[in-house]
Design a protein around this ligand. Sequence first.
Ligand code: NAD
Length: 373
Amino acid sequence: MKIAVLKETADGEKRVAATPETAKKFAALGATVAVEAGAGAAAGFADAGYAEAGASIGDRVATLSGADVVLAVQGPDAATLAGVRPGVWLVASLNPLAERARVDGYAAAGIEALAMEWMPRITRAQSMDILSSQSNLSGYKAVLDAAAEYGRAFPMMMTAAGTVAAARVFVMGVGVAGLQAIATARRLGAQVSATDVRSATREQIQSLGAKPVFVETVAGIEGEGAGGYAGEMSPEYQAAQAELVSAHLARQDVVVTTALIPGRAAPRLISDAQLQTMRPGSVVVDLAVEQGGNVEGSVAGAVVERHGVKIVGHRNVPSRLAADASALFSRNLYNFLSAFWNKEARRPVLDAEIGNAIRLTRDGAVVSERLRS
Ligand code: NAD
């Protein structure tokens, strides 16, 4: 059983899908591990570390030759995988809905593509969930990025020269990223409030010492959709939310938006008119910028200014913390492959619940229900 670890090809991607730590663990399972030269360099993991862990280092062709499983952070195109044997597993974040042509390429090449971001949100798969591990870091980094752009301090400071007021931070969307954003802003001493459409988050917000801001006027709302994710809200709810948020936004210094709805464009949470009500010098970080954006006017890959408000739209935020993001991502992949390790077959064998959820292609065809419907 040979596991190949690729050097990422996507622009600006600094993460790597295995670290020396997980390479060693794979070797302990009985796998041989081949790492493309320089694969971990951008995340601070030198080739020598992998070699010490028992992996071989080579060029891409040597790495892929005879591989049974290919690990990557972002899905490479089929051309990058040229020469792999049919039936090889590709385990990565594959962005299947947006990268449909690429998925067809995997099918044509006989690759069995496994989309790790479609891991079901069930208790036993928590340790394999790349969305959680990466979102957590994004939430943290979003607050640091905001603090770096903000021309004032976060904590209240009483000095001989006078008092500096605490920053008011508002987090919109309290999933994994939002919870970490709240915790980080609190650690920095900000006054934090937060909102979500899922009422279950109210208690979580309070338990982190932040103030929940919720629509109370529209009865019978429960924003929880399938799998614990948010569903799309009614127009009535959206109007009530916009009104509530408008009043609150005008008093905020920093806003972090994280709201996503699986399979759809990100919901618009802040309009240009609402930005205009914010104080010049305020900062808005749009973590959903690559999914269409929660904030009107946010630009993927840029920090732009509108009405004196900075809108931060960094792409691929986890890659900005490449060492930790790689370490956690790699452990997610190890936890996944080792949980299904079959001693007789000396390779992983998936069960139906997880296999059917994440398998996109097999035996030359696209087999995922989500892609076929
Ligand atoms: P997400 O990234 O899909 O979305 C971020 C947040 O935005 C969510 O809390 C969502 O409710 C919120 N949102 C959507 N539309 C909104 C709107 N119009 N206004 C305000 N907020 C809006 O979410 P996530 O981080 O993936 O987490 C979703 C849930 O799944 C959480 O309850 C989380 O704890 C749970 N989860 C479970 C597992 C597991 O059991 N394996 C793993 C990870 C997360």
